[in-house]
Every structure is written in structure tokens, then in C-alpha cells.
Design a binder for this molecule. Sequence first.
Ligand SMILES: Nc1ncnc2c1ncn2[C@@H]1O[C@H](COP(=O)(O)OP(=O)(O)OP(=O)(O)O)[C@@H](O)[C@H]1O
Ligand SMILES: Nc1nc2c(ncn2[C@@H]2O[C@H](COP(=O)(O)O)[C@@H](O)[C@H]2O)c(=O)[nH]1
Length: 185
Amino acid sequence: MKKGRLIVMTGPSGVGKGTLVRSLLKDHPELHLSVSVTTRSPREGEIHGQEYYFVDRVHFQNMIEAGELLEWAEFAGNCYGTPLIAVKEKIEAGISVLLEIELEGARQIRSTFPSALRIFIMPPSIDELERRLRGRGQDSEDAIRRRLMRARSEMDAANEFDFEVINDDLDFALKRLESVLYSAV
Ligand SMILES: Nc1ncnc2c1ncn2[C@@H]1O[C@H](COP(=O)(O)OP(=O)(O)OP(=O)(O)O)[C@@H](O)[C@H]1O
Ligand SMILES: Nc1nc2c(ncn2[C@@H]2O[C@H](COP(=O)(O)O)[C@@H](O)[C@H]2O)c(=O)[nH]1
């Protein structure tokens, strides 16, 4: 059986990765979105097992030591990681898996899973990125500051990726993302 593809989507926090992925999944139920583990506290409305598996630092550390994470990174004061087993099972079953992760994790995937398709989502500008982070209204001032501080260096890394998609107009970005995925997957 043909294996599924691993697709990695990266880009600064607030660029719209989650928004794009949610739209993509509506039209493409054949894709599977990996649910990450995080030590971050749930935002209002987030459900354990749906947006993330919310765990404490000891649990997260145990997962690292047991080799249960495909990749992991510390981001803006919290740890995030991709559970390995679920990704492996889907790919073996011929299902393509989407990871929506930050830059350090995406870099790890490049060495551990070189066949992955890696896409960088770019904001139209840093000012618009800030507007989106603030407009989302779900992060503290400190969290927004940390995320913006990291955004510039993340954007400098866009050329490490197979494709770059600018998320200016949402529909346009979605079409470009679909064309990248379905010409390459
Ligand atoms: N093309 C767009 N134009 C205007 N607003 C957008 C666009 N795409 C996303 N947004 C808005 O930007 C905000 C951040 O989007 P989203 O939460 O999807 O970002 P993200 O990259 O997944 O963030 P994080 O990495 O922190 O999870 C949301 O309020 C979303 O509605
Ligand atoms: N390296 C990883 N990064 C991840 C993972 N899951 C999510 N993320 C990224 O973390 C930041 C912050 O997310 P938020 O939900 O707190 O806004 C964002 O860039 C996510 O894409 C993961 O498993 N590994």
C-alpha cells in the first residue's frame, strides 16, 4: 500500500496556520491533523484531545525520555510536541498527516523525516501579524510580546522550506496551499 505523506506547516504565531488548516480539512477530509501535546494552559473553549493534549511538564519530559515525540520544542515559555505513534500509524495506513508546528520542530523533521513536505506560511507584514495576534484576543500581553519577538527570526527562515505561502487574502492563500499540496502529494 502507498504510504501517506507527512506535511509540515510552519510560520509565526498568529499568521493563520490554524485558520488555513481548519478550512483545508473541511474540503479535504482525507487529510489527518496531528494533535500535539503541550504544557500550555488551555485557552477558553479548547478541549483536551481536540486542539491539544494538555499535560504538565513532568508528563512532557517523560514523553521525551520514552521517545514518544516525533519532534518537540519550547515556544514562548511552553513546550509543544508531536506524538510519534499516531503519525506513524496514519502514514503506514496511507493517510497523509498535517503537522502545524513552529520552526524548531520543523527543523527537526527535516533531519528525522526528510521526505516530509515542508511549507512556510508568511504574513503580509509584521504589523498585520501583530494585528492578528491582538485581534485573536486569546493571549496575554506578555505572550503576544514573546511571539512577536520570535516572529522576525522565524520569517528569516522561510527559505529553508519547500514552499512559501503568503497568507494575505485567506481564500487566495487557501487556493495556493491546495495547489502546493495536490501537485506535490
Ligand atoms: N488571511 C487572513 N486575514 C485576516 N485575518 C486572518 C487571516 N488568517 C487568519 N486570520 C486571523 O488571524 C488570527 C490568528 O490566526 P490563527 O489562530 O489561525 O493563527 P496561527 O498561525 O494558527 O497561530 P498559532 O501559531 O499561535 O496557533 C485569527 O484571529 C484569524 O481569524
Ligand atoms: N514544535 C512544535 N510546535 C507546535 C506544536 N504544536 C503547536 N506548535 C506551535 O506552537 C506555537 C504556539 O501555539 P499556540 O497554540 O500556543 O498558539 C504555534 O506556532 C504552533 O504552531 C508541536 O507539536 N510541535
